[in-house]
Design a protein around this ligand. Structure first.
Ligand code: IMP
Ligand code: MG
Length: 175
């Protein structure tokens, strides 16, 4: 189906699976002694999490959190609301936040602060995509899949108004 809003491919399905495989190996090595609790930030990270988890060769646990950031459809304001909270107790756990994309970094800044207040052993971040040059604060990412130019992208979990999440690749979106 031809879609005039869908622009050029930025990252192919093959590139995604190769990079996710590498990230899984790194995480498996880094956390060999302390398997992490993977915290998936819904909804955008659900496909990344499911592939990443299968590339990690450790007995990890999973939990899910949903946040909504006030702002327009394509720009975040930094005011974040927890729509679904975690079920797990984070006390003394090694937490690895799995995020789809870091744009301003404000959503992540809020999330990190919120989870750190719950007494975990550590909180680190694995983000699939990092938009270059847009962060107001250092996002302090332990793992990054790809750095991309500051364009709006969709696919592999990422949406515009809930569409395009099931694209197997990452493509530009043209409003
Ligand atoms: P931030 O708070 O500006 O870093 O925005 C992060 C959130 O905005 C991400 O978790 C996404 O849900 C959404 N977002 C930012 N950029 C994009 C994009 O290019 N495509 C789809 N969603 C995006
Ligand atoms: Mg979103």
């Amino acid at each position: 189906m031809i879609d005039p809003h869908l622009g050029r491919e930025l990252i192919s399905a093959t590139q995604l699976s190769e990079r996710v495989e590498q990230l899984g190996k790194e995480i498996s090595a880094d956390y060999a002694d302390d398997p992490p609790l993977l915290v998936c930030v819904l909804k955008g990270a659900f496909i990344f999490l499911s592939d990443l988890a299968r590339a990690i060769d450790l007995p990890v646990d999973f939990d899910f959190m949903a946040v909504s950031s006030y702002g327009s459809a394509t720009r975040s304001s930094g005011v974040v609301r927890i729509v679904k909270d975690l079920d797990s107790d984070l006390t003394d756990r090694h937490v690895l936040i799995v995020e789809d994309i870091i744009d301003s970094g404000l959503t992540l800044q809020y999330l990190r602060k919120n989870l750190l207040a719950r007494g975990p052993a550590s909180v680190e971040v694995c983000a699939l995509l990092l938009k270059e040059g847009l962060q107001k604060v250092d996002p302090q990412l332990k793992y990054v899949g790809f750095s991309i130019p500051p364009e709006f992208v969709v696919g592999y979990g990422l949406d515009v108004d809930e569409r395009y999440r099931n694209l197997p690749n990452i493509a530009q979106y043209q409003p």
